[in-house]
Design a protein around this ligand. Structure first.
Ligand code: 6PG
Length: 267
């Protein structure tokens, strides 16, 4: 098995913001602009969401922007939301990435702005999938049901206009953790984890080949506990098996949005 080729992927660009609030504001504004453009250009728009405090803060900020008069927003009936990873937990568990995204933004869009329920593509709950591999297969089918003509890099996937990712202090992205076999999965859009070093143990995640098909991969990285991982990924060429985030790249654009605290060890 080989990892997916890097040659066609966008090299990371680094942007440093004074603090997390500023970072979140910029990413939220950009996210709205990308969704507006994609819907205009293609007739629909697809965003992949992340868990984590920075990723959820971006969604809260989008909700604030949407409520402001004069802010351009996409036709929400044409926007699809996907997830990069999920914790296999009961549907109402507040630790589910989807649950947090609903509270921060999606419930508001569903109730007030005509976002269709079927455009919110959540990963399985523990009631729906009794084990992580089953949840991973279910999500692969959901993705395949929205495949653009010919797929993306031979994978049955929609066009991801933008994919958000947080980075853990250990360098993980989505639920792709250091040293795990999931880092090297090819020819599949999803995989699973049942011994996650970060609780909970059981998770569903996109694979790197799936992440690589995204037009834009935007990292949202805030806090001093990420400084070491960011430095290893961006300036030290550390191996994927040690710092998975090194392999988080988009087809057209890879941006690392960092706050000052996360950027302190960049050389
Ligand atoms: O399911 C998860 O645990 C998250 O998706 C995870 O990958 C998160 O994005 C990072 O751990 C960064 O989290 P923070 O933004 O809270 O630091």
């Amino acid at each position: 098995m080989t990892d997916s080729p890097q040659t066609t992927l966008a090299a990371p660009r680094t942007e440093i913001y004074a603090d997390k609030d500023q970072l979140v504001t910029v990413v939220a504004e950009r996210l709205l602009a990308v969704l507006v453009d994609a819907a205009r250009q293609h007739g629909d728009a697809h965003a992949v969401l992340t868990g984590g405090s920075a990723g959820i803060a971006v969604l809260s900020q989008v909700a604030e922007l949407v409520a402001k008069p004069g802010v351009e927003t996409p036709p929400w009936s044409k926007v699809h939301f996907w997830w990069g990873d999920e914790r296999l937990l009961p549907s109402d568990d507040p630790e589910r990435n989807a649950q947090q995204a609903h509270e921060a933004l999606l419930d508001h869009l569903l109730i007030q702005h005509g976002l269709p329920e079927e455009n919110v593509h959540r990963m399985a709950t523990s009631e729906e999938a009794e084990a992580p591999p089953i949840g991973a297969e279910m999500y692969a089918s959901e993705l395949a049901g929205h495949t653009v003509e010919g797929g993306r890099n031979g994978l049955a996937l929609p066009r991801f206009d933008v994919l958000l990712l947080g980075v853990g202090p250990d360098g993980h992205v989505a639920s792709l953790f250091p040293g795990k076999d999931s880092l090297h999965v090819t020819e599949q859009t999803t995989t699973s984890e049942d011994q996650s070093p970060k609780p909970p143990l059981q998770r569903i995640t996109l694979t790197f080949p799936a992440i690589h098909t995204a037009e834009r991969v935007w990292m949202v990285v805030a806090g001093a506990d990420k400084a070491e991982a960011a430095s290893k990924a961006l300036t030290q060429g550390t191996e994927l098996t040690e710092i998975p985030a090194v392999n988080a790249r988009g087809a057209r654009e890879t941006i690392w949005h960092l706050d000052q605290a996360a950027a302190t060890k960049l050389r």
